[in-house]
Design a protein around this ligand. Structure first.
Ligand SMILES: Nc1nc2c(ncn2[C@@H]2O[C@H](COP(=O)(O)OP(=O)(O)O)[C@@H](O)[C@H]2O)c(=O)[nH]1
Ligand SMILES: [Mg+2]
Ligand SMILES: [Zn+2]
Length: 356
């Protein structure tokens, strides 16, 4: 196994030099569980931990390694390897909670493409696809839509679905497959590029792990439709893993993100709804909300049928969520500021009292 087989390239090599990490081994994090990491390198696969210094200087979850990260480490004969540094990431898929101090969870790092996996039966939902797209755009990951389980519906229904998505999301590649009959697999295999990293995103039960297993030719992921509600805290693929395909592509499976919140995606909205973004330059009012204004270019396009009505409605919904999220964050920062001032004043008084 060479580093290149894991996706290593020239730009990573120059960051390694720039950061003076030539004395260390380089590896890629292929799994993570509670601050224990599995790192793969040309020397083999190792359990690893981060240095104490790295832990103490970490400000948030982003400062810890994640699946897909390139790390500089020291490998020992016995005991775990020690991770000294994370190489700069070129992309990062993350989640951000509104509560819990906006805690960030890094889903995966250094991803080139995301397969947005959605089953064509009960799972089919264009609004949700637009959410995942927005997540990709804000993470700087190129999206590819993969519809699964086409063996469960008629040929007519398949074309209906793909036509609908092509019209609504004209710039995003769409592949329809069956993991059962392997129809469409030739297209998936053709699209996977050597040295590029792909990650699977989509609801639980959509067929991500089955696809990954089939592509890899062996069973690396457990599959099945374990319901989240009946098996609290149990995820079939909670142990995320990165695998290398025969044709040189690198694949990462992820547990279904049960919902994609706007916090994860807000800076990607403009790209997902780029037609609306472009048109809004032609609205009469600069602060147009595209809801009822006269001379609104967006409303005109919706009326003419140039913009898909449900896509427009989804856009408004996500914009509202974004505004709400931003005001919640601002409010929390404000409260923290006020609270910080109270503490400061208290300390000041305390010092004064002690002096007196
Ligand atoms: N009929 C059919 N079933 C599928 C297909 N893909 C996956 N499944 C089944 O759907 C269930 C969930 O698949 P899994 O790969 O575990 O989904 P994941 O949660 O997205 O990883 C399993 O029982 C699979 O056998 C498909 O293309 N057609
Ligand atoms: Mg799975
Ligand atoms: Zn407008």
């Amino acid at each position: 196994m060479r580093l290149e087989d894991l996706g290593y390239n020239r730009s990573l090599e120059s960051s390694r030099k720039a950061e003076n990490l030539e004395g260390f081994d380089i590896g890629r994090v292929i799994a993570e569980h509670r601050e224990r990491y599995i790192v793969r390198s040309p020397a083999g696969e190792f359990e690893a931990e981060i240095t104490g210094n790295m832990r103490f200087t970490a400000r948030n979850r982003e400062d810890f390694p994640a699946v897909g990260d390139w790390v500089a480490l020291t490998i020992y004969d016995t005991g775990p390897a020690i991770i000294h540094k994370i190489l700069p990431r070129f992309s990062m898929i993350k989640r951000q909670a509104v509560g819990n101090q906006g805690a960030i969870q890094v889903i995966a790092a250094n991803i080139d493409y995301a397969f947005l996996v959605q089953a064509v039966d009960r799972d089919f939902n264009p609004n949700r696809l637009e959410r995942y797209l927005t997540l990709c755009h804000s993470a700087r990951v190129a999206p590819i839509i993969v519809f699964t389980k086409i063996d469960l519906i008629s040929k007519e229904r398949i074309s209906e679905i793909t036509d609908q998505i092509d019209a609504r999301l004209p710039d995003i590649p769409v592949i329809a497959i069956s993991n059962k009959t392997r129809e469409g697999y030739d297209r998936i295999i053709r699209i996977v590029e050597k040295g590029k990293t792909y990650c699977m995103l989509g609801s639980s039960g959509a067929g991500k792990s089955t696809l990954l297993n089939n592509l890899s030719g062996r069973t690396v992921m457990k599959t099945g439709s374990v319901s989240d509600s009946t098996n609290k805290g149990r995820h079939v693929t909670s142990h995320r893993e990165l695998i290398c395909l025969e044709n040189g592509g690198i694949l990462i499976d992820n547990p279904g993100m049960r919902e994609v919140g706007i916090a994860d995606t807000s800076d990607g909205l403009e790209t997902t709804f780029d037609q609306i973004t472009r048109l809004s330059a032609h609205c009469r009012f600069k602060n147009c909300t595209h809801t009822r204004e006269k001379g609104c270019a967006v409303l005109e396009a919706v009326e003419k049928g140039d913009i898909d009505k449900s896509s427009y409605e989804n856009y408004l919904k996500m914009e509202r969520e974004k505004a709400h999220f931003e005001s919640t964050v601002a409010e929390r920062r404000n409260k923290e500021k006020i609270f910080g001032k109270i503490i400061k004043d208290y300390h000041k008084k305390d010092i004064k009292n002690r002096k007196a």
